[in-house]
Design a protein around this ligand. Structure first.
Ligand SMILES: [Zn+2]
Length: 350
């Protein structure tokens, strides 16, 4: 979920292309680098994908969900802007389904898959995890953290979102991207850096001797990437991971960089964006702390974080993001936790 109403999301950025490419079409954003879009059936209705021309075909960066429609669009792209040349390599920036969805399908057609190890392990683990109903750990996690009881009761009886619903099965085997190494992609050399917080070990690639950055969801313009705490790693600290990643990546940013992000438009102004990507969460933590002048549950912490009404499909994303912020305040000693009679945690500023 993006907080698209944050005032500083676009400040100081420039967008060389005002309009995205139409469905099935591509725009050349640098020599031999094409930008296309695949649709997503959500509020954030698209994901960006990029194609880098290589001697024997194309290296693709990220994919959409695996659906009939996205497969058809990729086929149209191959027959059109890609000139009938094959997709021989695929770089997936992180394990989220809107980025990895078609990877297994393209691997089946002969593409080599490049991912960080954590991203690949997460994606493959999640596609193999068949959940007809939410597991008991998930229910207990959500209950303790204060999910709205009516919403939790409804969720407990429904088949949850399963990764495999929209991600093609991933065959065994991938090529590991490592933090700090150099890789060649599209006849350009890239430095591999590691993002974190939005997705574990998110790859961010900086062109060496050039101005391109493959930013994935780590470096989005306009919207702040969702940072969620989930039962898979209930004691994680996504906000702390995010802030650390901002500190690690900020020194790499140059004003002339052309960032090719996972969503929204390619942009310049990365140093400014790095500062606001960090600051958004610093100020969110401050607002949340102020909101906790009285003890509250995680489910009662949306108001200081999200300016728009949280309902429907957004509830889950908002909930997991709100509790991630609570978790960070707790780890940094800014809030205390008590347990209500029914076992639900209450949080209050120190
Ligand atoms: Zn993502």
């Amino acid at each position: 979920m993006g907080k698209s109403d944050l005032p500083d999301g676009y400040a100081g950025l420039t967008f060389p292309w005002a309009e995205p490419p139409a469905e099935g079409e591509a725009v050349e954003v640098a020599e031999g680098v094409l930008w296309a879009r695949l649709p997503l059936p959500m509020a954030l209705d698209h994901v960006n994908v990029y194609f880098l021309r290589e001697d024997d075909g194309w290296a693709m960066v990220d994919t959409g969900f695996d659906t009939k429609r996205t497969r058809a669009i990729v086929d149209r792209l191959r027959g059109g802007p890609l000139g009938g040349r094959p997709i021989t390599r695929l770089l997936v920036t992180h394990h989220h389904p809107d980025h990895v969805g078609l990877a297994g399908w393209l691997q089946g057609e002969g593409a080599e898959l490049l991912m960080t190890r954590t991203a690949w392990l997460m994606a493959r683990m999640l596609t193999l995890d068949d959940q007809p109903l939410p597991p008991a750990e998930t229910i207990e996690f959500c209950r303790r953290w204060g999910m709205d009881p009516d919403i939790l009761a409804a969720r407990a009886t429904e088949r949850p979102f399963n990764f495999a619903d929209i991600v093609a099965p991933l065959p065994l085997g991938f090529t590991r991207l490592r933090e700090g190494e150099e890789v060649t992609l599209g006849n350009r050399r890239w430095h591999v850096a590691r993002g974190d917080g939005h997705a574990a070990e998110h790859a961010v690639l900086y062109e060496m001797g050039g101005d391109l950055v493959l930013g994935g969801d780590q470096l989005l313009p306009g919207i702040s990437p969702n940072l969620g705490l989930y039962p898979t790693e209930a004691n994680a600290d996504p906000i702390g991971d995010w802030l650390a990643a901002c500190d690690r990546l900020a020194p790499l940013a140059r004003p002339d960089h052309l960032v090719l992000p996972g969503h929204k438009l390619p942009y310049r102004g990365l140093p400014k964006r790095m500062a606001s990507l960090r600051q958004n969460h610093v100020t969110a933590l401050d607002r949340l702390e102020a909101h906790l002048d009285v003890p509250r549950t995680g489910g009662a912490c949306f108001a200081p974080l999200f300016k728009r009404r949280v309902e429907g499909a957004l509830y889950g994303l908002a909930f997991f993001e709100a509790i991630a912020h609570l978790r960070h305040l707790h780890l940094t000693g800014r809030v205390t936790r008590t347990t209500r009679d029914d076992g639900v945690w209450l949080w209050q500023a120190v």
